[in-house]
Design a binder for this molecule. Structure first.
Ligand SMILES: *Cc1c(COP(=O)(O)O)cnc(C)c1O
Length: 482
């Protein structure tokens, strides 16, 4: 492709993306395709002769678009908000266009220095003290894994330089709540702790980790000769956005010498609001913190912000430093390849920079407050309406609710089927998209608010639809297709 073709097709593609965003609301939020529908439309063998990209926009429209679930749709209430705001799309485009590797300072100094600066902006925006230094990781899952590796190496006094976990006489133990994200158990297993040494502590009626049970577990491990190594505090669990008592957990971590990692992947964005910062009080004592600009902050996936108190420790755990990667500036600059697992790094700071430059702190604050207000509005409707109930507090933008019609009350199996049917009807109708989930044995309808274009009227529309489909689902089977 030459630059003339790039210009022509590139302008066409930008036009297509802009039009896609404008007509988004008329598209069904959840992709209606069946397995194989997309793959079937592509040739099974690679093109032998290059044919250029003249038809690529039509192909996107015809083959790809039907297989897209529209995460930036105003009716997207599933999973978690994960938007790709247009400013961040341009940042990603600039990143691709520059095509630079940012593994070392020298491989593209701007990639490191822009990241340094915007990560410090982000630190300030979140109200974190200067004792934290940030680095971009691909995902919170990776950041959680890094945190557990760093904890392991601290507890074992760098066992990796000897026999690793295989030589440890006393096993190291990791603690988190039973509501912790699946990447925590996964990270603990991959880091070699072993399932036997992973404690998923029970939660209280608000689904937050029980600090009393945590302390009891730590003491039991100590008296059995095991080494309490790391504890993960969740600020905003995935299912219900429950808030662990970070202060209480931090006190125990300090007392027993555990690594404290705070997982605020989704909820971290709310800390841009000073009035929300009580939610993670105690985090200033953490060894590491993760929050995802690629969730509620409108920065396109992937962009996860990992903050650490002791960068030297992180570098010691992650650094490889073979001779061909050494440069003259090594003592003076950050080489971000040593701040995480992959060697190669894209210039992801661009999309974060573009987004913050475009919105400003105040623009972002306005949007988060809008989403919090919308969530409280819906909470009030649910609380005030007979036969609807909330299964968890609503500190942020996620609601866990269900419909309990009098005729089904007490019958958990029938209630589960009924609430699943409501979700299925709504998803098929196409205006909104919800993901159901099970919370401590109860089937719930989970409403996650915070898609960039979602305004109050869309939340009002969802509430109407919930009530309508609740009645309809009591009356008959699910319609076969929208
Ligand atoms: C979403 C989420 C994660 C995982 O985030 P990825 O960036 O997709 O890996 C981890 N922890 C919590 C609390 C989350 O909400």
């Amino acid at each position: 492709m030459n630059t003339d073709e790039f210009r022509r097709t590139g302008h066409e593609l930008i036009e297509w993306i802009a039009t896609y965003r404008e007509r988004m609301e008329s598209l069904p939020v959840m992709s209606p395709v069946a397995p194989g529908d997309v793959a079937r439309q592509l040739p099974t063998e690679p093109p032998m002769k290059g044919a250029g990209l003249d038809h690529i926009v039509q192909d996107l429209e015809r083959i790809v678009l039907p297989g897209i679930t529209h995460w930036n749709h105003p009716g997207f209430f599933a999973y978690f908000p994960s938007n790709s705001d247009l400013a961040s799309v341009l940042g990603d485009l600039a990143c691709a266009g520059l095509g630079a590797q940012g593994m070392s300072w020298q491989t593209s100094p701007a990639a490191t220095e822009v990241e340094d600066v915007v990560m410090d902006w982000l630190r300030q925006m979140l109200g974190l003290p200067e004792t934290f230094t940030g680095v971009i990781q691909d995902s919170a899952s990776s950041a959680n894994f890094c945190a557990l590796l760093c904890a392991r190496e601290r507890s074992t006094a760098f066992g990796q330089t000897r026999g690793g976990m295989q030589w440890e006489e006393e096993p190291c133990v990791v603690y988190a709540s039973s509501q912790a994200h699946s990447s925590i158990p996964k990270g603990a297993l991959l880091a070699g702790f072993g399932k036997e040494h992973l404690r998923l502590i029970e939660t209280d009626e608000n689904h937050a980790l029980r600090v009393d049970l945590l302390e009891a577990a730590i003491q039991a491990d100590l008296s059995a000769g095991r080494v309490p190594c790391a504890v993960v505090a969740a600020v905003g669990t995935t299912a219900t956005t429950a808030l662990d008592d970070v202060r209480g957990i931090a006190d125990l971590a300090a007392e027993y010498g555990l690594w404290l990692h705070v997982d605020a992947a989704l909820a971290g964005t709310a800390m841009v609001l000073p009035e929300c910062r009580w939610m993670w009080e105690g985090s200033e004592a953490a060894d590491s913190i993760v929050m995802n600009p690629h969730k509620w902050m409108g920065v396109g996936f992937d962009c996860s912000a990992y903050f650490v108190r002791d960068p030297e420790h992180l570098i010691r755990v992650m650094s490889t430093n073979p001779s061909y990667l050494r440069t003259a500036q090594d003592g003076e600059v950050r080489n971000l390849r040593d701040w995480g697992i992959p060697l190669g790094r894209r210039f992801r700071a661009l999309k974060l920079w573009f987004q913050l430059q475009d919105l400003g702190v105040e623009g972002l604050q306005r949007r988060i407050r809008r989403d919090l207000d919308n969530a409280q509005w819906l909470r009030e409707q649910v609380a005030a309406t007979p036969e609807w109930e909330l299964l968890a507090p609503v500190p942020l933008q996620t609601l866990c609710l269900r419909h309990v019609p009098a005729e089904l009350a007490g019958d958990e199996v029938a209630l589960a089927a009924h609430n699943l049917a409501i979700v299925e009807r709504i998803n098929r109708a196409g205006h909104c998209y919800l993901t159901p989930a099970v919370l401590k044995g109860q089937q719930m309808i989970r409403v996650s608010i915070g898609s960039t274009p979602t305004e109050k009227r869309h939340v009002e529309g969802l509430w109407q639809e919930l009530q309508l489909q609740a009645v309809a689902s009591l009356q008959g089977p699910v319609a076969s297709s929208a």
